[in-house]
Ligand binder design. Structure first.
Ligand code: SF4
Length: 352
């Protein structure tokens, strides 16, 4: 398995100097073989940072990322007994982006682009074998005839076709995990479903795990549910609820999950009848200086005094999350939350 462990950790965003943003904090996640984890949240919630950290592209400032028991960054820095070389880790953890066109060299034919990583990672492979492997994968993702597609330039491909080339490039490495960062967001609706179904087929055929990042709750739910995987809801750098998509979305426990569900009409038809979102404030706090206690307390319609000082925890079992876990004091009937005073403008709910 690929483990991502983090204890009270902080990841610094590379893009926000001179101020430091806690892009992700206090997250512990375990990705096992043939797993699907869909991470959902608003822009800037830290889902891409978390995804990149899971696949060892972004170095955490605290905490550890391990692959098959090997600390990824120890392997990179050559610290201690390295049991899995960093090059093997790099090859096993791949990524596809939202905009595959930008990731493909416009001056290179598809074949040249796809041959480059194979030449690097397996220089002994013959040209014949290399091309046979590339053509087989092009064929597998529906690019027929593969020889024809292999000799095209990126501008001669549609957005969906470019995304498939990016997928083939990742699959050529026989990866254990592929991070798909908003990989279907730029596609037409019909192509989105087609591409997600392709990801599901490939996951099963190649035993590849997917970390699927999306701001679209419907897409994330579809993929996680069809794969029997998990969905993780992120808010201001934290996973606030995680578990099987049915449990998380049919009966949300965290007030923020309810907000996301409200905003996705096809998941919550009653949202059509509601005029206002179920929040006290629509203002998203500054991630440079997140609220104390529960980070959602400034917007939460159920916040009480204790929420302003004490941060709720997701619990260690959330790393594997075969059952739903939510980071909210309300979910614990014995928590002091129920004795605490509601914040101004909050109607007190009754203890379960
Ligand atoms: Fe709302 Fe308090 Fe739960 Fe945070 S811990 S989500 S503020 S009720």
């Amino acid at each position: 398995s690929v483990d991502f462990e983090k204890e009270q950790g902080v990841l610094e965003s590379l893009f926000d100097e001179p101020e430091t943003v806690q892009a992700v904090s206090d997250v512990s996640i375990d990705i096992s073989e043939n797993d699907v984890l869909a991470l959902v949240g608003e822009s800037g919630c830290g889902k891409t940072t978390l995804g990149k950290t899971i696949i060892g592209v972004q170095r955490p400032t605290e905490g550890t990322v391990s692959y098959r028991g090997q600390d990824v960054w120890d392997a990179k820095d050559g610290r201690g007994d390295v049991t899995v070389p960093f090059d093997d880790i790099r090859r096993s953890l791949q990524m596809i982006h939202q905009d595959p066109g930008a990731a493909l060299n416009p001056n290179r034919k598809v074949l040249t682009t796809l041959e480059a990583p194979l030449k690097k990672w397996d220089p002994e492979m013959s040209t014949e074998d290399r091309r046979a492997r590339i053509f087989a994968l092009l064929d597998r993702v529906g690019m027929e005839p593969p020889e024809d597609y292999a000799h095209r330039f990126p501008h001669q491909l549609s957005g969906g076709e470019q995304q498939r080339i990016a997928l083939v490039r990742a699959l050529l490495m026989n990866p254990d995990v592929i991070l798909a960062d908003e990989a279907v967001s730029a596609l037409d609706v019909s192509l989105r479903v087609e591409t997600m179904n392709l990801l599901l087929e490939l996951q099963e055929q190649f035993n590849t795990s997917f970390v699927f990042i999306s701001h679209n709750l419907s897409n994330a739910r579809y993929l996680a549910q069809e794969a029997g995987g998990r969905i993780g809801i992120m808010y201001l750098g934290e996973i606030v609820e995680i578990g099987p998509p049915d449990e998380v979305l049919n009966d949300p426990q965290h007030p923020y999950t309810k907000v996301l569900r409200w905003a996705t009409a096809d998941l919550d038809p009653t949202a059509q009848e509601m005029t206002d979102p179920p929040v006290r404030s629509i203002d998203i706090p500054d991630p440079v200086n997140p609220p104390s206690g529960c980070r959602f307390h400034t917007r939460c319609p159920e916040a009480r005094e204790v929420c302003t000082t004490t941060a709720p925890e997701l619990g260690e079992e959330a790393a594997t999350a075969s059952e739903r876990c939510a980071a909210c004091h309300r979910t614990d009937p014995d928590h002091e939350y129920w004795e605490s005073e509601p914040l101004d403008g909050v109607e007190a709910a009754e203890s379960p």
